[in-house]
Design a protein around this ligand. Structure first.
Ligand SMILES: [Zn+2]
Length: 113
């Protein structure tokens, strides 16, 4: 038996029909989070921030939206929005290694120089 690994998207008209009459969970939650993040400032320098996907942990149990961290527009610190704990300082500081740094490939030097 041959397995077809082709990714197929659902028919948009059929998806609309299936969703009719159901309340959207995503739109109000995204609007709420957008407003909340826009009102938050950097715990290091009090500047505005923007949400970025937490690539180390992109999903949280029970959360319908992607898990995000906030990135300061000024000092580039990255912090967890719920606790305001700074996970990484920006370029103006000595950057702290994160688990994501472990997966960044160094340029391969075949001669080992
Ligand atoms: Zn900052």
């Amino acid at each position: 038996m041959k397995i077809d690994n082709t990714f197929r998207t659902a028919d948009p008209d059929e998806m609309r029909r299936q969703l009719e009459g159901h309340e959207s969970l995503l739109i109000p939650e995204v609007a709420r989070l957008h407003e909340r993040y826009a009102s938050m400032t950097c715990p290091e320098c009090d500047s505005p921030c923007r949400p970025v996907i937490n690539t180390d942990r992109p999903f949280k149990p029970g959360q319908v939206t992607p898990n995000v961290l906030l990135h300061c527009n000024h000092c580039k610190a990255i912090f967890e929005p719920e606790t305001k704990i700074i996970i990484r300082f920006g370029e103006a500081y000595d950057p702290l290694p994160t688990p994501a740094d472990l997966f960044v490939n160094e340029p391969w030097d075949p001669l080992g120089s």
